[in-house]
Write a protein that binds this ligand. Sequence first.
Ligand SMILES: [Zn+2]
Ligand SMILES: [Zn+2]
Length: 258
Amino acid sequence: MEVCVLASGSSGNSIYVAGGGVALLVDAGLSARELTARLNQAGLDPTGLRAVLCTHDHSDHFKGLEVFSRRYPVRLFANEGTAAGIEQSFPGRAFDWEIFETASCFYIGGLRVEPFTVSHDASDPVGFLFDDGISRLCVVTDLGQESAVVCDKLERCQCVILESNHDPDMLMASDRAWSLKSRIAGRSGHLSNSAAAEMMSRAAGHELHTLLLAHLSEQCNTRALALNTMRTAMSQAGRTDVRIEVLSQNEVSSRFIF
Ligand SMILES: [Zn+2]
Ligand SMILES: [Zn+2]
């Protein structure tokens, strides 16, 4: 399997995943032009994409979807709630959705996709576990709290992309409205560095080798804080063997092949 994160953060999200003979995007939260540019920059061919899978109906995850899906012949996958939520943002545009059920597996080519529910304030938000028969990747961003379901998915993977959104002290000290602070920190908001680290250090399976920290807040976090919090928790759990990297809003990640 191969994964390359085109962008990660509250200004736009998209992840390239290839395995089982197909290549796809998880979310299309940048303009179609920017998605194309970043794919090219990574040496990836946009015309080779077969699908876009949508995690949830927040615009930082779908704002390029309409144009991108007209420009490239991709199949569009979402659950019913997310599809309906996204359509509201594009009045008059009928998407040709392939609707999946949260918690029911399906295949795109030889790639098995397992969507699972996460706690977040969107219509029906999901994370994804991908399995190409050789290795497994978990993508889980935009969640306010852990759950047994999320931990179970993390445990099975060699590579995990996990939200490490904010530092609670920086969030509380920021000049954001109280309502927004409590939304972000709440159970349907975003995972703090310490919550992500605490969960991951417990849920990491013995096959885990790569951990990518995603959806960092630009105002209420730093790359060093997110990395150090996770590194500390993972080494306390005896997992100094795991490669840990922080993803960026503005830069394309490395291409990870496993
Ligand atoms: Zn988001
Ligand atoms: Zn969201």
